[in-house]
Design a protein around this ligand. Structure first.
Ligand code: BES
Ligand code: MN
Ligand code: ZN
Length: 503
């Protein structure tokens, strides 16, 4: 998708469609009825007048994600005017704007419209932040997951170009636009990996895709197989991988810019289970097809490294991707087996379906061995996080408040929905074993927390954040701003997090 900036007078811009935001500026006083006071977010009188009739008719309510398409708007050079509802002006922010840009793209692309212009609303968002949000939202909205439909060539309509109408310093705006593009394209790169079915996204393919990307953006990338996993004594990772005929991959991506402090070395660890059958503790058939996205954490970290390589923050970052299938077979690990993790801790396998924490245990340990001073992992780790937070918020766990605050700040800038869950020592009771140091399943209650407590044993004293994205990595429904399918959640927050250390 081409992206352009213009400071042209909105009514004078020639475009197939001009999109403007409609906000509700009503402020209800006590006891008053809350009637909407709609404003078209443009300083151009002609644009406001062109929308007047539709607003006066009551057809436009300004509710979030409502779209109204007007043809041949009077007084405008644009062929169409798209009114995009943005909700209350009071709570309007860059996060809403990002979704509105995606909404405009999704509303227009099915109507044979190939390019359009989006006017930055005049609602208190700094112009560069607004440009970045619009670009990100537009790219995210343009993603279509129907990869293997045979009529895709005709049916997959995409927007080829978006022009952003905005006033401000052209250099600042251009920088914001390019940064938004990098992040959004990296998010879609991650979504592309997640969308592939497991027969086309094996650990080997994931390593190839990571290497290809690394070569394009100038990162170093190594990938190792079973021999290295065994040589490193990654008994927990291998315990999962041993059951599959598909070779596992340990992928390491390194970003080491000149001028970075040698005191900070970020380690990003991703769960890359390319298919999770549950292993011998096999999952029910119903919904098992979704377990192709059990590598979303890995794809996210690979995407983050792409963005980092292009945005060049001054901080050293290493990504460690543990990729494997989780299969039942004659070679598969069984409940009751004991595995010795790379750190030396012994693990009693209670449930072979709790495989993510096993591979991450060794991934976290390896990151520490490589010298990482701060760790973050992302994983579709537990069904329990979906019970706790539904499909709306991802779960955040942090070993220190300082790490949490840093991450929460990045998360706020990125506008992704996440919520912190606790890690009290009392939860450790649930992962005690009779025979070994620890069990790999803490049972039914507080399952997202006991999984995180398990990981904490391997992050040890290194400050660490864990993101459980099981409920948010895959959109269960189409939304106005994003298609059903892979979401790319956590990538933007993680990129902001890395940038925060480089500042
Ligand atoms: N990959 C699953 C978690 C998951 C669930 C991801 C739903 C996406 C959507 C994970 O490996 C798993 O199976 N977890 C088990 C753990 C249990 C056996 C302790 C779970 O959550 O049921
Ligand atoms: Mn599992
Ligand atoms: Zn899994």
């Amino acid at each position: 998708m081409n992206t352009n900036l213009t400071s042209s007078v909105p009514s004078q811009l020639e475009t197939d469609c001009l999109a403007v935001v409609v906000l509700d500026r009503s402020e209800k006083a006590r006891g008053e009825k809350d009637l909407p006071v709609l404003t078209v977010e443009s300083s151009d009188k002609a644009v406001r007048e062109a929308a007047n009739e539709a607003i006066a008719s009551g057809e436009v309510t300004g509710k979030p994600f409502e779209t109204t398409l007007l043809h041949r708007p009077a007084g405008l050079k644009a062929k169409r005017l798209l009114l995009v509802g943005g909700g209350k002006a009071k709570t309007f922010s860059a996060a809403e704007l990002r979704r509105l840009a995606g909404t405009a793209v999704r509303a227009l692309k099915g109507k044979s419209i190939r390019s359009f212009a989006f006017a930055l609303p005049e609602a208190g968002i700094a112009a560069p932040d607004g440009v970045c949000a619009i670009v990100e939202g537009a790219f995210v909205g343009n993603f279509d997951p129907g990869y293997y439909k045979s009529d895709r060539a005709e049916k997959n309509q995409k927007i080829d170009g978006v022009t952003i109408l905005v006033q401000g310093d052209p250099k600042d705006l251009e920088t914001a636009l390019q940064a938004g593009r990098v992040v959004a394209e990296s998010q879609n790169f991650a979504r592309d990996l997640i969308n592939e079915p497991s027969n086309r996204m094996t650990p080997t393919v994931m390593a190839e895709r990571a290497k290809k990307m690394a070569a394009e953006v100038g990162l170093s990338c190594e990938s190792y197989g079973a021999d290295k996993i065994k040589e490193l004594k990654m008994g927990a990772f291998w315990g999962v991988a041993q059951g599959s005929d598909e070779p596992p991959a340990l992928i390491v991506l390194r970003y080491d810019p000149p001028g970075a402090s040698d005191k900070v070395h970020l380690g990003l660890v991703g769960k890359g289970v390319t298919f999770d059958t549950g292993g011998i503790s096999i999952k029910p058939a119903d919904g098992m097809e979704k377990m192709k996205y059990d590598m979303a954490g890995a794809a996210t970290m690979i995407g983050v490294m792409r963005a980092v390589a292009l945005l060049k923050p001054k901080v050293k970052v290493t990504a460690i991707i543990c990729a494997t299938e989780n299969m039942p077979s004659g070679k598969a690990q069984k409940p009751g087996d004991v595995q010795i993790a790379m750190s030396g801790k012994s693990i009693e396998i209670i449930n072979t379906d709790a495989e993510g924490r096993l591979i991450l245990a060794d991934g976290l340990c390896y990151a520490r061995q490589l010298g990482c001073t701060h760790l973050v992992d992302a994983a579709t780790l537990t069904g329990a996080v979906v019970v706790a937070l539904g499909y709306v918020n991802a779960g955040i766990f942090a070993s220190t408040d300082e790490m949490y605050n840093r991450f929460a700040n990045a998360n706020q800038l990125a506008g992704e929905k996440m919520w912190r869950l606790p890690l009290d020592d009392e939860y450790k009771e649930s992962i005690k074993s009779n025979i070994a140091d620890i069990v790999n399943s803490g049972g039914r209650w507080g399952g997202a927390i006991s999984a995180a407590m398990f990981l904490k044993e391997f992050a040890e004293d290194t400050p660490w954040v864990h993101l459980d994205i099981a409920g948010t990595a895959w959109m269960e429904e189409n939304k106005p701003w994003i298609a059903k399918g892979p979401s790319g959640i956590a990538l933007r927050s993680l990129v902001e997090f890395v940038k925060g250390w480089g500042a």
